[in-house]
Ligand binder design. Structure first.
Ligand code: ZN
Length: 96
């Protein structure tokens, strides 16, 4: 049997962090947990960094990944590919 690192369950549509535990889920305005965003990005129906840009989020997440042992170039490359696909960033960007 091969072992794969799979995303089981939801992951944050803002920073891409997997959320295998309920504890990591963000909350909507009623305080109900949402599977769309993590608690670091979204709490009580509001983004914690409402003005952050996609590039800013890449910088922020790259910092965490480097702390976890990723090479910075690898972390940035991965984030630059995955974050623009997430719900928070998909409509931002080019369309206007
Ligand atoms: Zn997040």
């Amino acid at each position: 049997m091969e072992q794969h690192m799979e995303h089981n369950g939801p992951f944050c549509q803002s920073c891409g962090m997997p959320m295998p535990e309920q504890d990591l889920l963000g909350t909507d305005r009623e305080g109900v947990k949402t599977e769309d965003y993590c608690k670091y990005c979204y709490e009580n129906g509001e983004f914690k960094q409402p003005d952050i840009t996609l590039q800013g989020m890449i910088d922020l997440c790259a910092g965490y990944l480097v702390q976890q042992g990723f090479a910075e170039a690898d972390a940035r490359g991965m984030l630059a590919q995955t974050l623009p696909l997430l719900k928070r960033w998909r409509q931002a960007g080019t369309a206007s």
